[in-house]
Ligand binder design. Structure first.
Ligand SMILES: O=P(O)(O)OC[C@@H](O)[C@@H](O)c1c[nH]c2ccccc12
Length: 269
């Protein structure tokens, strides 16, 4: 990671995150958090759930639960993580993604706990991971997968965070936005490579990003097209270049009938 080249939004988020982690670790020390992670029970198989969906001819949908975002403002109100988890599960989603970042997405760890206990789907903790403490914390709250944003991490940091996740039997989604980040992500063990269509500088989405990068993902990895997917046609665009797994939030969360909208995407492939 090179701080000179990072977009301002990401820099600000990461600086805030450092303070947040320090405060949390002061309240619950690392040793205690490690113990809670060990005692959290077996994780659900996040990667396996995506593979099963694709093997059965469906789109592997990671359906996102978030109240707000920097680009979308307030997205869903009233916000009901339990109801959303059940709706996504009924629609045939393979996995959930739950925002736990408070300052920028109005998320909380409680949203993840509530969503996960309301369904049988594996859950990604969607947050800005910079410290091993957060990985133990993620497992302690029940998360089955963590997100590693390559733009926000050095190679050494990414490796260290992945090692902790692997030690806890969690999956890892490595997120990239350009070829350089993709090459760095391929140095990790994880098979899950997220291609983020959102440019963190402009905050705009462009599906051409995934169209360019998905074909560069080796066959032993699983590309996941992320951000900006609005309808089954967009899903087909991603599947056409080889991404049969997708991560969708805002479009689904703005619908009155979340189940119907999610089902249409799952069946789009
Ligand atoms: O709501 P969308 O456009 O469908 O996007 C979902 C997801 O990809 C997006 O929330 C996201 C992708 N990478 C992130 C990193 C941090 C926070 C959020 C994200």
């Amino acid at each position: 990671m090179n701080a000179d080249t990072l977009p301002d939004t990401l820099l600000r988020i990461l600086a805030d995150k450092e303070v947040e982690v320090r405060e949390r670790a002061a309240a619950t020390p690392l040793g205690e958090m490690e113990k809670r992670a060990q005692d959290a029970g077996k994780p659900r198989d996040f990667t396996g759930a995506l593979c099963n969906a694709v093997a059965e001819g469906r789109i592997g949908l990671i359906a996102e639960i978030k109240k707000a975002s920097p680009s979308g403002g307030l997205i869903r109100e009233p916000f009901d993580p339990a109801g959303l988890a059940k709706a996504y599960e009924a629609a045939g989603a393979a996995c959930l993604s739950v925002l736990t970042d408070a300052p920028y997405f109005q998320g909380t760890p409680a949203d993840l706990v509530t969503a996960r206990s309301s369904c049988a789907l594996p859950v990604l903790r969607k947050d800005f991971m910079i410290d091993p403490y957060q990985v133990f914390e993620a497992r302690a709250m029940g998360a089955d997968c963590i997100l590693l944003i390559m733009a926000a991490l050095s190679d050494a940091q990414a490796r260290e965070l992945e090692d902790v996740a692997r030690g806890l039997d969690m999956s890892v989604l490595a997120e990239v936005h350009d070829q350089r980040e993709l090459e760095r992500a391929l140095g990790l063990h994880t098979r899950l490579i997220g291609i983020n269509n959102r440019n963190l500088r402009s905050l705009r989405t462009d599906l051409a990003t995934a169209e360019a990068l998905v074909p560069m993902v080796p066959a032993d990895r699983i590309p996941v097209a992320e951000s900006g997917l609005r309808d089954p046609e967009d899903v087909r665009r991603m599947a056409a270049v080889g991404a049969r797994c997708i991560l969708v939030g805002e479009h689904l969360l703005r619908q009155a009938d979340v189940t119907e909208a999610a089902r249409a995407m799952v069946q789009a492939g």
